[in-house]
Design a protein. Structure first.
Length: 135
């Protein structure tokens, strides 16, 4: 299974989405860029497991994001490692999703997951870049 990771337009922010009222928990799909980075998920005996190491997905600042994902019956574990242009690890963002009764079917969940991975990394990198230029 291939997981396509896409970024949001840099002018579209999803920061604080979870802190908004549930009626505002929507994303504008027209703000998702057409370019993508793929991650191949392989079926293991009970889970889908994948990563895009060592190349990862390029960032606008010349670095890369290396993602690893495990999808199992009741959830998803992921880790995005963000590297600077010099190859140094800047930080990692572990995320755990757990199934509850109101979560939609997995195909929708994977789509949202892809959007969240790439969009979050772009926002974090942009903020890191802004902090670096201010320092």
């Amino acid at each position: 299974m291939n997981l396509s990771i896409r970024a949001f337009d840099t002018n579209y922010s999803v920061t604080g989405l979870c802190n908004r009222p549930e009626s505002e928990h929507t994303l504008d799909s027209s703000k998702v860029l057409a370019t993508s980075c793929n991650l191949q998920l392989l079926w293991e005996p009970t889970d889908y497991i994948g990563n895009n190491s060592p190349n990862g997905c390029p960032t606008s600042s010349g670095g890369k994001v290396i993602s690893s994902v495990t999808i199992f019956e009741n959830g998803i574990d992921s880790l995005d490692k963000i590297f600077g242009a010099n190859g140094n690890l800047l930080f990692g963002t572990p995320i755990e999703f757990r199934r509850v009764d109101s979560i939609p079917e997995p195909s929708f969940t994977l789509g949202i997951l892809a959007i969240v991975f790439w969009g979050t990394s772009k926002i974090i990198l942009r903020k890191h870049k802004q902090k670096s230029t201010v320092s």
